[in-house]
Design a protein around this ligand. Structure first.
Ligand SMILES: [Zn+2]
Length: 360
């Protein structure tokens, strides 16, 4: 059984962004029909942003985000929902077993292998690309993340559209194309060309485990952000990590929050932080990974919304069972505001950690 709320949420994810993720070549709001029922030479399928749906004007094939994923990945309803919400890569699903039989679809669905296998590619890539000030403006000026913290955690971006091919060529010189594709960095378009998956990100955040990059997360460019567009992308299309563990110091308590941006913001305010990726369900994996830091004190900082609070409520008993030291009470944005000496009037207008940035 899938939660009604979860189904609703997966229908809200921008259908065009989703089409990109699926490797469908979209030009503006049109693409070639993905239904096998007809050979589409000219783009007949059109996306409607207002309703977040698609329709093929040639064969009539139409539907919502879930229908799009089901067709493109040849999978069941539940797997489509999981894919949309980025959970599907944790386990072998029937759709991916099927996809293995289609070389193109296998490429689209990315590799199921653990991220370490492609660490060399991710590292080469991250070390080649730079941190462009104009692109990181959103993180620095709007989200109040210090440039030092971005540098310290090797956050990069790909500003220049012109340079896209340059990076691709550099990578091709170093690694065979099939490896680049199975690393998830270059999904194959419908026409059969690898394309660059980072172009709509203002930042690419590497996830390190034992000094190796195992996963890459992209932060959506602010101009592309709306209620329907995911704020972050699984750029390596590989087994998703549950935790973002930036550079932290062992001595101070660790603030466990939701999402990369909040974590980097906390660190910019000289707090230790580890982020749970939003909508994460793998509590066992989270607790397991956190046990590396079991000697530290944990301060739980969920987003103030039902999804965040519910997840942390489920996390607490797991931490308790494993003997973690954590505060019973949640650390909330008001507490944080007080720490930052905000005025009472300002404190009352804060609902979430994200709101704090307006007062800095
Ligand atoms: Zn059609």
């Amino acid at each position: 059984m899938v939660d009604k709320q979860i189904i609703e949420r997966s229908k809200q994810i921008s259908i065009i962004e989703l089409a990109y993720r699926l490797g469908i070549e979209v030009k503006g709001t049109v693409c070639r029909c993905i239904s096998p029922s007809h050979e589409d030479k000219n783009p007949s399928m059109s996306f409607k942003i207002e309703t977040n749906t698609f329709k093929c004007f040639s064969c009539g094939f139409h539907g919502d985000t879930i229908a799009l994923v089901r067709q493109a990945r040849n999978c069941e309803f539940i797997e489509a929902v999981e894919f949309i919400l980025n959970e599907s890569l944790n386990k072998t699903s029937a759709s991916e077993q099927k996809a293995q039989k289609h070389p193109l679809k296998r490429n689209l669905s990315g590799s199921k292998e653990k991220g370490e296998k492609h660490s060399d590619i991710y590292e080469y890539f991250i070390n080649k690309v730079l941190l462009f000030p104009r692109e990181s403006h959103y993180l620095v000026a709007d989200r109040k993340i210090s440039i030092e913290v971005l540098k310290q955690n090797n956050v990069k971006n790909v500003a220049d559209q012109k340079n896209r091919h340059h990076y691709l060529n550099e990578l091709k010189k170093e690694f065979p194309e099939d490896r680049l594709i199975s690393s998830g960095l270059f999904p194959i378009s419908k026409k059969g060309y690898p394309y660059f998956a980072f172009f709509n990100c203002c930042a690419v955040v590497p996830f390190y485990r034992d000094d190796k990059i195992v996963y890459l997360q992209g932060i959506t460019k602010p101009e592309l952000r709306d209620n329907k567009t995911p704020k972050v992308f699984n750029l390596s299309r590989i087994q998703k990590e549950e935790l973002y563990i930036p550079t932290i110091s062992e001595q101070k308590p660790i603030h466990v929050c939701e999402g990369i941006i909040t974590s980097l913001f906390f660190i910019s305010k000289d707090l230790n932080s580890i982020a749970i990726l939003s909508a994460s369900k793998r509590l066992d994996k989270i607790v397991n990974e956190l046990s590396l830091y079991k000697n530290s004190e944990f301060i739980l900082c969920p987003d103030v919304d039902p999804i965040g609070l519910e997840m942390f409520e489920r996390l607490k008993p797991e931490l308790y069972k494993q003997g973690f030291k954590y505060n019973e009470k949640y650390f909330n944005p008001i507490d944080f505001g007080r720490k930052l000496n905000l005025k009472t009037r300002e404190l009352y207008s804060i609902k979430d950690f994200n709101d704090l940035r307006f007062y800095m």
